[in-house]
Design a protein around this ligand. Structure first.
Ligand SMILES: *Cc1c(COP(=O)(O)O)cnc(C)c1O
Length: 419
């Protein structure tokens, strides 16, 4: 469900015409719908009502300050994976007591910053990281609140690049290691055991892997209790999928329903780290057709957005629906590739897609681009990163300026011997 709809044949974000945004801020631009973001957050949070649950938005999915602030104002926390995301979350007004910190490679300075801020939980991913955090906390004279991220070895049945809970993945610790490391953590002076965590992957379209992972974690929690260790927090990560094309992912209620019984039985405080499901369908990438091109074997729509703006199609083979801004009933369709200006064959937004016969100057919306869209964008081919716009009813605002050419070169200099 989202609020991008045709009104009198023109595509709108809530009550604002996308043509108006294109005119004012140019293209390409990301456009987000606040009503959609709010609705997704509330539906997700409501699904877990009745449990002691904290929704920590996975900031990496979309780091825009307006979005992180919106979720904070709705009662959300943040799941962060770097010192930069800690900075962003705090700047956006997320309470430190609602921040959880995941990731296999936390640096000492990043750990120290998070300890000073007073975050809720560190999800530890290796024995060595655990020792380093103990030392960093010792230097600061504090105790670090920790959880071990368990790798439950369940198959999330998603794209290989976004599955994280298989034994061969770099994430977390296997069950036996996790159990041993909880015993070790209990003996370290500057750690306080607070939780048990997992995160098995992204864009999951079935509740089974979540339920399987929870069962394995529950087994660990019970074994830990037998050894006198009773973590109070159960962090089940993120990963709930969305509809890009024909997928039928579980609704938040189904997802919560599959977990509730076990969580209640354990009597722990639940932490969830949803990213994509909150923001994915709340954003589009607005782009303009630069050229239509026909070769002997193919048709191309060359648009002004490219893989540096939205890398998901080339990186994950992802499908994004493409909608024309203007509906023209009766217009012939044709199969075409939608490609960008970048000098890479991998630069495409859609392949072999049946689309209306669009013309130079027409606007397109690349749908479901709110998650891992702008956040994964780069300056490749010296393309300034695009503007981000937030729509709220009839109002809209630029929430990140389009970069300038000066921005592109910031920080570069010649070495003294070339002066
Ligand atoms: C990426 C990530 C998430 C969010 O995943 P989604 O699929 O966007 O919900 C949550 N937790 C951790 C540890 C992550 O790395």
């Amino acid at each position: 469900m989202h609020h991008f709809t045709y009104q009198e044949g023109r595509l709108h974000a809530e009550q604002v015409g996308l043509a108006e945004i294109a005119r004012e801020v140019g293209t390409p631009a990301y456009v987000y719908s606040q009503a959609t973001l709010t609705r997704h957050f509330q539906a997700f949070a409501r699904a877990f009502s009745g449990l002691d649950a904290l929704v920590c938005y996975a900031v990496k999915a979309n780091t825009n300050r307006a979005i992180v602030s919106l979720f904070a104002s709705l009662g959300g926390g943040a799941d962060i994976v770097s010192g930069g995301e800690l900075h962003r979350a705090l700047a956006a007004g997320v309470a430190p007591s609602r921040i959880v910190y995941s990731g296999v490679g936390k640096g000492e300075a990043e750990m120290a910053a998070a300890l000073k801020a007073g975050i809720l939980l560190f999800n530890l991913e290796s024995p060595q990281e655990m020792e380093v955090l103990d030392q960093v906390a010792g230097v600061l004279g504090v105790k670090a609140p920790v959880s071990i991220r368990v790798n439950p070895d369940v198959d999330a049945q998603t794209h290989p690049k976004i599955t994280t809970g298989l034994a061969k993945n770099k994430f977390g610790m296997d069950m036996a290691t996790a159990f041993a490391q909880y015993q070790a953590a209990a003996k370290l002076p500057h750690l306080e055991i607070k939780g048990v965590s997992c995160h098995i992957g992204s864009q999951l379209t079935d509740v089974r892997p979540f339920a399987d992972a929870l069962e394995r974690l529950a087994g660990l929690v019970e074994r830990l209790a037998g050894s006198g260790i009773r973590p109070g927090i159960l962090d089940l990560g993120g990963g709930l999928g969305i509809t890009y094309n024909q997928e039928q992912p579980p609704q938040p209620d189904d997802y919560a329903g599959a977990l509730k019984q076990t969580v209640s039985r354990l009597g722990m405080r639940l932490v969830l780290e949803p990213g994509r499901v909150l923001v994915g369908n709340a954003g589009i990438l607005l782009t303009r057709v630069l050229y239509t091109k026909r070769t002997p074997v193919k048709r191309f729509l060359v648009v002004d957005a490219a893989m540096n703006d939205l890398i998901r199609p080339s990186f994950y083979d992802s499908y994004h629906a493409i909608w024309a801004e203007r509906q023209r009933p009766g217009l012939e369709t044709a199969v075409a590739d939608v490609v960008g200006p970048i000098c890479e064959t991998g630069d495409f937004l859609a392949r072999d897609r049946e689309l209306p016969r669009l013309e130079r100057g027409d606007l397109l919306a690349v749908m479901s681009a709110g998650a891992y869209g702008f956040a994964m964008s780069s300056n490749y081919n010296s393309r300034p990163r695009v503007a981000e716009v937030l729509v709220n009813g009839r109002r809209w605002a630029v929430v990140r300026d389009r970069e300038t050419y000066e921005d592109l070169c910031r920080g570069e200099s010649l070495p003294p011997w070339m002066d």
